[in-house]
Design a protein around this ligand. Sequence first.
Ligand SMILES: Nc1ncnc2c1ncn2[C@@H]1O[C@H](COP(=O)(O)OP(=O)(O)OP(=O)(O)O)[C@@H](O)[C@H]1O
Ligand SMILES: [Mg+2]
Length: 264
Amino acid sequence: MLDKTSGNPDTSEPVIELRNVSKTFGEVRALTSVDFKVYPREIVGLLGDNGAGKSTLVKAIMGYFRPDPGGEIFFNGKLIEDWTVARARKLGIETIYQERALAEKQPIWRNLFMGREPCNRWGLLDVATMRSEAARLMSQHMGFTSAAVHPDNIVMTMSGGEKQGVAITRALYFDAQLVILDEPTVGLSLTETRKTLDFISSIKTAGKSAIFIDHNIFHVYPVVDRLYVLDRGKIAGLYDKSDISMDDLIDRLYRVARTGSLEE
Ligand SMILES: Nc1ncnc2c1ncn2[C@@H]1O[C@H](COP(=O)(O)OP(=O)(O)OP(=O)(O)O)[C@@H](O)[C@H]1O
Ligand SMILES: [Mg+2]
């Protein structure tokens, strides 16, 4: 359930930790000895050029494939040996992509409960509960106050930002500990992007963590606590937002793009 506990990241033990994770696809070395952590109640940005390895890194976290031998993944401090997509999902790791997250022809309430539908005592789908819970979530957590947006609305008719709101709310409602957002603002207008960024901030207010991948530093910087910069499969930089201004970060990103290094 959503609970409103706000505050700073909790730095006790990471929700997820990658140690020495490498991934090769034939000749391509997509990741090289990556160390990466996300703490509870923290939003971590992941920046890097096309092909830097960002999606590969989060796919390793999602259990989509195994790291090369020698790499380790820890969840809440525990080494996970048999990491799979199903396992990762069961432990509370949810991924949100642009446009791919929802069943377009289904109403909002169906989408919110997709794959985890409550049943009544006769084993039938509890549609009434799903509808009323959907209405509650929409007004309390998604800020959909407009009468035009109703739980029965078909997702196809919603704007991109509203769709991302449904996807993020679904992840939080089902107690995701870690929400992974891989370029969630692709193709969205300015207003829709703003809404999506607000939803991303709400992940933290709900006491959960997120990894936010986006090419646009102007989207990432305002909502994150820490930032990793990936370059050609390697971690090229790690920053606490409080230690670096947006302008300095932009300078450094240009330097990485030019030289592959953050050093002067
Ligand atoms: N399944 C795969 N098979 C072969 N090569 C792959 C595979 N997945 C990724 N790669 C390669 O690994 C490298 C990193 O890809 P990845 O998708 O992680 O980059 P990215 O940082 O997400 O890029 P973008 O910003 O374009 O999404 C690329 O060179 C890519 O071609
Ligand atoms: Mg990618």
